[in-house]
Write a protein that binds this ligand. Structure first.
Ligand code: MRU
Length: 363
């Protein structure tokens, strides 16, 4: 997608063909800085410290991390070390394990002298596939937005609420929840996006940054505003992403998603979740009991970044000194509150039978 008219992916290979480049998302939306990842350890840090974030992007960067690791040392011991270090970086998004399992099983069956090349090819494949999956999500989600637009008075705006950043910065390109919005905007449908700020890390600012780069009308709102807007008919549908979807359709996404789903349910607002199939964890059913919820440093809750009056990016403390802070990064929305899952193969109900029918080959 584009920043100031220039096309970017969120991860790509540098001209030397082996260095991995990313946008430092901890600096966005204030500064556009490219970081070069030259080792598996640096790729692990990039994921752990959220220089990159978003479930599909985490998976892609992990795959590139394995390639960097194989460049350094393609032995069996080092392959195992790469797996063990990368898998520890973030616990909730299943795309990380999906990408690492895929790389590990392929490379185990590959002679050591070929592992570097095979690992880079795989990482490029994972990234390219993600772009295709996310674009297809956009095409299927577009049909839903068209349908909702067709039921409104002609020419009126479709108001969509989203939480966190599930745009192209969270994937390799296009995004999950935001992909249908880009498609609708391109198709000339009038859309307006309510962008939840998404404390504590303010991923909503990334969404606002993306949408303004593409000229999509949007309004940044406090996380608690969504319920009020739904009660007053200001939201036609919600679309969010997910970091892990269970085989029965429970979805785990950024903290606060559950409350939006409850408000949507109470106000008869359709609540859709967009996901590529690597985000489905077929091994579990009950999201509340079985999905590990990441808890991050309290510092992220007590401190925020912003620009000072000189336009310099600064971090400030907003909490009284010594306040204990809790920082639960995700929550689970049970399938019963999800109107539908927008996948690369189409839209299905959030339940085991519908998912199993749509993805019978992946079970
Ligand atoms: O903690 P983050 O920023 O990695 O969380 C990201 C989200 O919760 C997204 O909504 C999710 O990864 C799905 S979108 C591609």
């Amino acid at each position: 997608m584009e920043i100031n008219g220039k096309h970017y992916r969120s991860v790509w290979l540098a001209d030397d063909g082996t260095t991995v480049e990313i946008l430092d998302q901890t600096k966005l939306p204030y500064e556009l800085e490219i970081i070069q990842l030259t080792s598996m350890q640096l790729a692990a840090t990039a994921i752990r410290d959220m220089w990159v974030r978003g479930a599909p992007l985490i998976g892609a960067v992990a795959a590139y991390g394995v390639a960097l690791g194989m460049k350094h040392d393609p032995s069996d011991e080092h392959l195992q070390k790469c797996y063990d270090e990368l898998i520890e970086t973030r616990p909730t998004a299943i795309n990380l394990k999906w990408a690492l399992d895929r790389a590990f099983s392929l490379l185990q069956g590959t002679p050591t002298e070929q592992r570097e090349k095979v690992a880079y090819t795989l990482a490029e494949e994972v990234a390219d596939e993600d772009v295709k999956l996310c674009e297809s999500i956009g095409d299927h989600g577009l049909e839903l937005i068209k349908e909702i637009a067709s039921k409104k008075p002609q020419g009126s705006v479709v108001n969509i609420l989203t939480h966190c950043n599930a745009g192209w910065l969270a994937t390799v390109d296009w995004g999950t929840a935001i992909s249908p919005i880009y498609k609708a905007h391109e198709a000339g449908i009038k859309v307006h996006v309510w962008v939840d700020e998404t404390r504590p890390r303010n991923q909503g600012l990334l969404t606002a940054f993306e949408l303004s780069s593409h000229g999509v009308p949007h309004t940044l709102i406090a996380d608690n505003a969504g319920g009020h807007l739904m009660q007053h008919g200001e939201v036609d549908l919600c679309i969010v992403g997910t970091d892990r979807t269970t085989a029965q359709g429970d979805v785990c996404n950024k903290i606060g998603t559950y409350l939006k789903a409850l408000a949507a349910y109470d106000n008869n607002v359709p609540f859709y979740v967009a996901l590529p199939s690597p985000t489905i964890d077929w091994t579990i059913n009950d999201g509340l009991k079985e999905i590990p919820i990441e808890q991050r440093a309290g510092h992220e809750q007590s401190h925020v970044f912003g620009l000072d009056e000189n336009g310099t990016r600064r971090e400030v403390n907003t909490a009284p000194k010594g306040t204990e802070c809790g920082n639960y990064a995700f929550d689970v929305t049970p399938a019963k509150y999800v109107t539908g899952l927008i996948t690369e193969r189409g839209v299905c109900d959030a339940n085991h039978d519908a998912l199993a029918t749509m993805f019978s080959d992946l079970l």
